[in-house]
Design a protein around this ligand. Structure first.
Ligand code: ATP
Length: 769
């Protein structure tokens, strides 16, 4: 009988939210793949010291870890591991414990150490045998060491991946703090200089600037010009002259000028407060370790879990020839990337910054970073730079419409699009309350449905939830297509920018199809999907879905905790999402649900019976070590009959008092209050891309044949796999849309449901017919 493979996981370097989710995923996936799971406590220190710091982890040991901040297996900076004797001890401890593969979650330092360890491995083993510390037969099964890295770092400073585990949680903390500060800044008409982490990487500062609509941002990769002091004061003065009551400047720890001199918050403070200059009442806030703290946001839990699962697969598939890799994410796609190339590139950024080659430093950052830098520059300007304006005949009058239910990021999208339009000379017009509002326009008496944007007002929308211009579910067909077409003609719109959910998608489809009857509809139109249900064909991500997942994850965490104070309890939580199980599944991934019921799969009595048997089993074996509740997530339309209450009732009856069960419906809470930073940042980036897309049609946006024959003239922007793409509406209508269920025909996330089931320990169950 061959013995089971042993996979160890370790966290190293600075802690970051999501590390516990990594450990949980690795431990459980290892068990699922019939391996033994181990944790190395205290980073490399644990590997060097061995003993009780390397522990076998049973399945149950990681219960409840998803909602814990920091790293429960500890992390440390280990000087001994920098030296070969330290690594020799580590190798011996690996062999003594029979570890076949090591998964390390840490920053670029930790992963460099890991690669060095793997590189030296044969030499270390030989040395151990030569020194008679181990027998040749001891090392025989461990000739090759498999190591896979996961990047756990709040800085998001690693090349080769768009996001590191923890960076979105840190960004969420920062934005929450900046939002609080903004309220007091505005009340007292103050300026705040906010310092955030990032010695060599400005990602946190830049994204916080984009998400909060800050006035000015300092990042190490792209210092301002030699006269940055004047540039900043001029811009702040312009903003103040336009009526802004608050000034927010975000500065990364590693901010420098073009000559590599450090720019400190005090320097910025003194400039803003200078009595001879702006004389603003200015305060400094250094956020410090608050940025590391707290539980991981939904995205980091998802990322950590999927990457942990992928890491286990990678170590099991690796051969001696496979170069050491780490698990990355590019836009929405989990990938394996050769480790040392990425580490080399990461180090090159710091070198380029040191050498004052800032173009190279920016060039080494990923596309999202550079896109967001441009977005920030375009949206924070407020004052229009004449050189950016398009020639008169290329400027467009663009109608902005929100359609469907509100979703986090709608306002941020409009703010960014308006700012971009201003910088190019376009005329953005708000169509209030969707097509229903538009249609209420009668004769020559406009009811105020179409209005220019007030820039000062719009500038405050970066972090606002809901829809400031109002939204409505009514389709243009319901409002009267002829009437809508006439209004588009009357207002001389050159293009339409729509932000919304499935109704917005349907609306674009209707408008496109009606072009044959109404030539005024032959203008370019582009949809930016925004719906918590994330059910729009053409994209794997819709604005608002991240905000919704965060709300759900917080809600479930609280509910789970309440169970620990009472009896053993199962909560059946009903989620929104229409006929798409995305939200239920992803929230299930983030909270470690015991089961998720989706409309795609449906619910049957056999399936419920299997799940009830499993829960009974779990509670029978759980002798009170873990009092945390179990969660089942059920989408509102998973079944016409089995709703959350009925499922909870069935479980309660079948539990025969061994445990309790309750239903819970968070309802509209799921739409979220303040949109998540991810939704806000993506809103900005995608909205600008939409207007740039529409811009391609000018001049000639009204050219009937040109527009009608170009399928890109009615399209949807989306994130698909590793790319941001525009897909023509006619192609999506035909091939990708399940119209009756209002969702894409194929959902990219269905595989994630298997991950929820595997990591939740759900046994295979009879699938509904
Ligand atoms: P963070 O992003 O939080 O700084 P990091 O992983 O880069 O995380 P480091 O302090 O650089 O943090 O590294 C963590 C540990 O990894 C070190 O204490 C050391 O034990 C090991 N390590 C780092 N670099 C190397 C190296 N070049 N050789 C061997 N071990 C290393």
């Amino acid at each position: 009988m061959t013995s089971k493979k042993k996979i160890a996981v370790m966290t190293s370097g600075g802690d970051s939210p999501g590390m516990n989710a990594v450990v949980r995923a690795v431990v459980r996936m290892a068990h699922h793949m019939d391996c033994d799971a181990y944790c190395v406590y205290e980073g490399y220190e644990g590997l060097v010291q061995g003993g009780n710091l390397i522990r076998k982890m049973p399945w149950d040991a990681v219960r409840g870890w998803l909602s814990e901040g920091g790293t429960l297996i500890g992390t440390a900076r280990c000087l001994a591991f920098y030296e070969r004797p330290g690594r020799l001890k580590a190798a011996k401890n690996m062999i003594i414990n029979g570890i076949d593969a090591l998964i390390i979650c840490g920053g670029d330092g930790s992963l460099t150490g890991a690669d060095k360890f793997r590189d030296e491995w044969p030499g270390l083993l030989k040395e151990l045998v030569d020194a008679k510390e181990l027998d040749a037969k001891d090392i025989e099964p461990y000739k090759h060491l498999n190591i896979v890295g996961l990047v756990g770092s709040i800085d998001n400073d690693m090349s080769g991946t768009d996001a590191t585990i923890g960076c979105y949680s840190a960004l969420a903390r920062i934005c929450e703090m900046v939002d609080y500060i903004e309220a007091t800044a505005s009340s007292h008409s103050r300026a705040f200089v906010i310092e955030v982490m990032g010695r060599h990487c400005g990602w946190l500062a830049l994204m916080a600037g984009v998400a909060t609509g800050a006035d000015f941002v300092f990042i190490p990769e792209k210092p301002w010009g030699d006269n940055w002091q004047q540039e900043m004061c001029d811009l702040v003065e312009k903003h103040r002259n336009l009526g802004k009551r608050k000034t927010i400047v975000i500065i990364a720890e590693g901010a420098i000028d073009r000559n590599s001199n450090k720019i400190t918050p005090v320097m910025v403070h003194d400039l803003l407060a200078d009595k001879q200059g702006l004389a603003l009442d200015t305060r400094i806030t250094t956020l410090g370790h608050v940025q590391r703290g707290g539980t991981a946001v939904a995205y980091d839990r998802m990322l950590a879990t999927l990457q942990g699962v992928e890491a286990v697969k990678a170590v099991l598939e690796a051969t001696p020839e496979t170069p050491t890799c780490f698990i990355a994410i590019n836009e929405n796609k989990i990938t394996r990337v050769p480790l040392m190339e990425a580490v080399k590139e990461t180090k090159e950024v710091a070198t380029a910054i040191k050498a004052q080659d800032f173009n190279k430093a920016m060039g080494l950052r990923d596309t999202e970073f550079t896109d967001q830098y441009k977005s920030f520059m375009m949206t924070s300007g407020m004052a229009v730079d004449q050189s950016d304006l398009l020639p008169e005949k290329q400027r467009m009058k663009i109608g902005f419409v929100n359609v469907g239910a509100p979703a986090g990021g709608m306002n941020a999208a409009l703010r960014a699009a308006v700012a971009y339009c201003r910088s190019r000379g376009h005329e953005p017009l708000a169509v209030h309350n969707g097509f229903a509002g538009f249609a209420r326009h009668h004769g020559d008496k406009p009811l105020g449905a179409v209005r220019p944007f007030n820039w000062l007002e719009v500038d405050g929308w970066a972090s606002k939830g809901g829809s400031e211009i109002g939204t409505n579910r009514e389709l243009p067909g319901e409002s009267g297509m002829e009437h809508i077409a006439n209004l588009i003609e009357k207002y001389e719109f050159d293009a339409l920018f729509l932000v919304g959910g499935f109704e917005a998608y349907h609306a674009v489809s209707q408008l496109r199809k009606a072009r044959t009857d109404f030539p005024s509809l032959c203008i370019p139109m582009c949809l930016l999907p925004a719906t918590i249900s994330n059910n729009i064909p053409g994209t794997e991500y819709s604005l608002g879905s991240d905000t919704c997942l965060n709300e759900l994850v917080h809600y479930c965490d609280k509910i789970k905790q309440s169970a620990s104070a009472t009896r053993r309890r199962v909560f059946v939580i009903e989620t929104q999402g229409g006929r798409s199980g995305y939200v239920a599944t992803l929230a299930g991934l983030g909270v470690g649900a015991s089961a998720v019921y989706t409309p795609e799969e449906g619910i049957s009595l056999d399936m419920l019976a299997s799940d009830v048997r499993h829960l009974t089993d779990v509670f029978n074996h759980d002798r009170g070590q873990s009092r945390a509740g179990r969660l089942i997530l059920v989408n509102e339309k998973a079944s016409k009959v089995y709703n959350a209450k009925l499922i909870a009732d069935i479980i309660r009856v079948e539990a025969h008092d061994r445990f309790e069960s309750r239903d819970s419906i968070p309802g509209h809470v799921q739409q979220g209050g303040v949109p998540s930073p991810m939704d806000r940042c993506r809103a900005v980036r995608l909205a600008i891309k939409c207007i740039q897309h529409l811009e391609n049609f000018a001049p000639g946006a009204h050219h009937y044949n040109k527009v009608k024959n170009d399928s890109m003239s009615a399209c949807v922007i989306g994130i698909k796999g590793a790319s941001v793409v525009f897909t023509p509406m006619d192609e999506l209508e035909e091939k990708d849309t399940d119209w009756s269920n209002r969702r894409p025909k194929a959902a990219y996330w269905v595989g994630m449901k298997d991950v929820v089931d595997i990591l939740g320990g759900r046994p295979s169950y009879p699938k509904p017919q």
